[in-house]
Write a protein that binds this ligand. Structure first.
Ligand SMILES: NC(=O)c1ccc[n+]([C@@H]2O[C@H](COP(=O)([O-])OP(=O)(O)OC[C@H]3O[C@@H](n4cnc5c(N)ncnc54)[C@H](O)[C@@H]3O)[C@@H](O)[C@H]2O)c1
Ligand SMILES: O=C(O)C(=O)C[C@@H](O)[C@H](O)[C@H](O)COP(=O)(O)O
Ligand SMILES: [Zn+2]
Length: 364
């Protein structure tokens, strides 16, 4: 089992990564002081429940915990105020109190939703992340929790850190291929923003990662979580540096909203968004190599690099104005300045962004 720490003073927490480590969930819960006085609420989705829920509840029950679970429909549309209310109802019915703990068992959708339940239930109770997707190496770390509004992604949310992240890589073997690739988009993002050597490793190991080679996967997840925890440890609430984790997201979030949260997976939208940032980099005078390398790496993972032509450019531009980083009339873009390096650019003109969106519709 490998271990990382998100270093946030008294709110610091560990990330445990390893094959089969869910068997140790009970003892890790005890080690981290998760109480046995009231039931643990496991929030999961229909796909994960079928495959991995009993493993988690059995091991916790054996250690003396009592568990209840609430299963939501799979997919982005469960990140909504309606489903949030359903989970809160389940928490009340199960008798969760201020000392209780919510467990997010699933991908980023369940993590963000259950995390926001934990952040808001009785003004905040504890939660544990048990990620089951590759993408969730990103979402389970860092404490951003949220639900969506039809007009804007993640617009109702909070910062609420988990007690720990328990990443059992064996659960990833049941992921559908499309989800595997989409999850790897955020791993590529972690390379592109921080670590040129890791980015080269990612490109060289794309086939192994896509085919879920256990050793490659563990290394990639460890490195991705490491980048994320270094950044979050330096800027928990996104007052500056943390914004770099948003590479590809200004365009990506707009695409998800315009496609009504059901056409593009988050990682796919971010892949197209990262292509947009690479194009902006070239317009700003940075090397053409950034664009060609970004495209080559994303294509090595079979990720989309073209923006679906039927998504309306005006609607995409308008959705971008709802981005949390849009302020005082300025768009904020994370722009790569080299592979492994980015800048936070507040001077990108809307006209350039519009050109990039239109060009991305023509991309090969
Ligand atoms: N909070 C953050 O910092 C952060 C970071 C990145 C992404 N996100 C959010 O994460 C969400 C995307 O997360 P995601 O890609 O994990 O999506 P997801 O949670 O919808 O999971 C993807 C699909 O895989 C299924 N699944 C999950 N684990 C499985 C397993 N082990 N075996 C088989 N099927 C499984 C799910 O049921 C779902 O159908 C988006 O809402 C995005 O905004 C949040
Ligand atoms: O943790 C962060 O910070 C990120 O930006 C990670 C992103 O991958 C993630 O999609 C996040 O939810 C986006 O945050 P938002 O503040 O732009 O909604
Ligand atoms: Zn993301």
């Amino acid at each position: 089992m490998r271990e990382l720490t998100v270093d946030l003073g008294e709110r610091s927490y560990p990330i445990y990564i390893g094959h089969g480590i869910l068997a140790q969930a009970g003892e890790l819960f005890v080690k981290h002081g998760i109480g046995k006085g009231s039931p643990l609420l496991i929030v999961t989705d229909e796909h994960v429940a079928k495959r991995h829920l009993s493993k988690v509840s059995d091991t916790l029950e054996k250690t003396g915990y009592s568990t209840v679970s609430y299963t939501v429909a799979a997919g982005e549309r469960s990140k909504s105020l309606r489903v949030l209310e359903e989970v809160v109802t389940a928490a009340l019915q199960a008798g969760l109190d201020r000392k209780s703990t919510v467990i997010a068992l699933g991908g980023g959708v369940v993590g963000d939703l259950a995390g926001f339940v934990a952040a808001s239930y009785m003004r905040g109770i504890r939660f544990v992340q048990i990620p089951t997707t590759i993408l969730a190496h990103d979402s389970s770390v860092g404490g951003k929790v949220a639900v969506n509004h039809p007009l804007a992604k993640n617009i109702i949310g909070a910062f609420h850190q988990p007690e720990m992240v328990l990443y059992d890589t064996s659960t990833l073997q049941t992921l559908p291929d499309r989800e595997v690739r989409a999850g790897l988009a955020e791993m590529v993002k972690h390379g592109l923003i921080w670590d040129a050597e890791f980015t080269t490793w990612l490109e060289e190991n794309a086939q192994k990662l896509v085919s879920l080679d256990a050793a490659a996967l563990e290394h990639g997840l460890y490195q991705g979580c490491k980048v994320k925890s270094i950044v979050v440890s330096q800027d928990e609430k996104e007052n500056g540096l943390r914004a770099i984790l948003n590479l590809g997201h200004t365009i990506g979030h707009a695409l998800e909203a315009v496609a009504q949260y059901n056409e593009l997976l988050h990682g796919e939208a971010i892949s197209i968004g990262m292509m947009g940032s690479a194009k902006l980099a070239v317009k700003l005078g940075y090397s053409e190599h950034i664009y060609t390398a970004t495209k080559r790496i994303l294509q090595a993972f079979g990720l989309p690099t073209r923006l679906p032509a039927h998504l309306d450019t005006d609607a995409i531009m308008s959705a971008m104005m709802h981005d949390k980083k849009f302020s005082e009339g300025n768009m904020v873009f994370i722009v790569p300045t080299a592979i492994g390096k980015v800048e936070i650019n507040k001077n990108v003109s809307a006209a350039w962004v519009r050109d990039v969106v239109d060009e991305l519709k023509q991309e090969a």
